[in-house]
Design a protein around this ligand. Structure first.
Ligand code: XIL
Length: 375
């Protein structure tokens, strides 16, 4: 006798098997053996390289960097004072090595930065009129972007052009060429390498006033026929500020302009900020002050935990918006490399990254990776 219930059983078993298979297929567990593997499907994970790292002076460090990161930014060597120190002199020794490093390790290669008022070649600071400025910009941008055409994947075309209130910062570029220097820079970069992604990069991009400035800047470029592909939010942040809500608002507002969002210089200071002290004068000498350098011999457990939770919350937000985010780059590989040991006060001990001074993963690293284990 045929058991009339059997066909239903068969259907049920088939459906169960099929649905559990599709479930497994849709959400394969991320490979959490490294940052770059864990976030492979979400965004690039980058680091900034200093000269010793580019020159692969320490094989242990090279192995560490290529295990954890799949994108690189040059911490200093591509800034105008280093790559274009004299009007007729370009210095490519380090930048060629940097690009070769990225190719060798199969990484996304970022260029930082073409037009910036800081670490500016002294001869550029002396430019007095629009013709000489136009000449400099054409020579600087076309030559450098052209040299690395098809090899450098994205560029910070202009860095830090805005004041905190969203207006254009006073600089030699603005003073001589006028406000259209941004349009000129982006057009020159696009012409020199039409396929490279072009970014505007800046800090404090979560503050509402500056955010409005960025939105206007991008719209102005777009309306004037200049190609801009992304906004680089530097991400030099603190333990409690900016809020996750403000970061999210910026991601949403920038991507609504049709551009990508990258976090380009992420680090989180755990040290007191001179600007937060009432009446603090930044020019005052804080060096050697115990109050300003509270953890010279190690980070207390409770702050370590706070840092871990802060990074976890930030990456949770990044994952929520992974479709809008192209890259998350840390400003340095480990705590001892961080510029925050010397800025804004020299000679402090800071703990802003995911790896400690011996390259050991910190609690923050595990919290960030755990987000992918839970998905
Ligand atoms: C910093 C470097 O990390 C330091 O080594 C250097 O002395 C100063 O510049 N915003 C930027 C980066 O766009 O280029 C800066 O890098 C940090 C702030």
């Amino acid at each position: 006798m045929i058991n009339s219930k059997k066909p239903y059983l068969l259907v049920a078993i088939t459906m169960f098997t099929f649905s559990s298979c599709t479930k497994i297929y849709k959400t394969p567990k991320a490979d959490t053996t490294s940052l770059k593997n864990a976030f492979k499907k979400d965004f690039y994970i980058g680091t900034a390289l200093n000269e010793n790292q580019i020159e692969e002076k320490d094989p242990m460090v090279t192995a560490f960097i290529s295990k954890e990161f799949n994108s690189i930014s040059p911490e200093n060597i591509m800034k105008s004072m280093f790559i274009h120190p004299e009007k007729d002199q370009f210095y490519y020794n380090m930048t060629d090595k940097y690009v070769a490093y990225g190719k060798k390790h199969n990484m996304f290669i970022h260029g930082h930065t073409l037009i910036w008022h800081s670490q500016l070649a002294p001869w550029m600071a002396e430019i007095k009129d629009s013709i000489a400025m136009a000449d400099m910009m054409k020579n600087h941008i076309s030559t450098i972007v052209g040299r690395y055409k098809g090899r450098i994947d994205s560029w910070d075309v202009v860095n830090e052009a805005l004041n905190e209130d969203g207006t254009l910062r006073k600089s030699v570029f603005l003073d001589t060429y006028g406000k259209d220097y941004l349009i000129n820079a982006f057009k020159l970069a696009a012409k020199a390498d039409p396929k490279a992604d072009l970014y505007y990069n800046d800090y404090n991009l979560c503050s509402p006033e500056k955010r409005k400035g960025v939105v206007n800047l991008v719209k102005n470029l777009q309306q004037n026929g200049a190609k801009i592909d992304g906004i680089g939010m530097q991400g030099h942040w603190q333990l409690t500020s900016p809020s996750i809500a403000e970061i999210e608002k910026s991601i949403l507002d920038y991507s609504a302009l049709g551009v990508k969002v990258a976090f380009t210089e992420l680090d989180i200071t755990v040290l007191p900020n001179p600007w937060d002290l009432q009446g603090a004068d930044v020019n005052q000498n804080f060096e050697g002050s115990e109050k300003m350098n509270p953890y010279p011999n190690g980070l207390p457990e409770n702050i370590q935990e706070q840092l871990a939770q802060r990074y976890e919350a930030i990456f949770k937000l990044f994952l929520k918006h992974q479709d809008k985010i192209s890259r998350v780059t840390f400003w340095g590989a480990n705590d001892s490399q961080s510029w925050l040991n010397d800025w804004p006060i020299k000679g402090r001990t800071n703990y802003p990254l995911l790896f400690d001074k011996s390259f050991k993963p910190k609690q923050a690293y595990y919290n960030v990776l755990n987000l992918k284990k839970q998905e």
